[in-house]
Design a protein around this ligand. Sequence first.
Ligand code: CUA
Length: 186
Amino acid sequence: MSSARSEAHHVADAAERRWSRLVAAIVLVLLAVMVFTGLHWAAMPPSRVETVDPRTLHIRGEFVEENLGTELGADGKVTVRLIAQQYSFEPQCLVLPAGMPVTFRATATDAIHGFIIGTTNANVMLVPGFVATFTTRFERAGERLMPCHEYCGTGHEAMWGRVQVLPADEFIAKARANERLNCVPS
Ligand code: CUA
């Protein structure tokens, strides 16, 4: 009797050890996938949490209309500010330099939107009430498309922006102090 019990105990013990080894292996594989994709594809880390009031975006603060677009700061830093709303971006066409770090600051007014730029690693989710920010660099000049990639309502599939990446010298020549660049046809 007691030997049957200890036999059962032994079987259960071995089974538990097997399962815990499997779970540990799965956790290690997932960690390896995270590290690989993070390093190999330069995946963006999650945006830091910076809040903004979506009800007053257009009235005051950083995201008023005349401050949207691309700014070349006196210190040489490039910052682009944009807003996503059903069903367009403001501005709809961005002008950016090639080969220079570009910092994006963006938010949404009404629903969750997002964008990805061509085949680059510029890829972000825009949540009303939060400022999404990341810094990236475009190696080559040229035109890129910027679709909204979060389902945001019935007009989602028609929500596209355009991006013109200019050679750095051309961009710098175009950017003037206190101006915000965009390529929306006037
Ligand atoms: Cu905006 Cu989908």
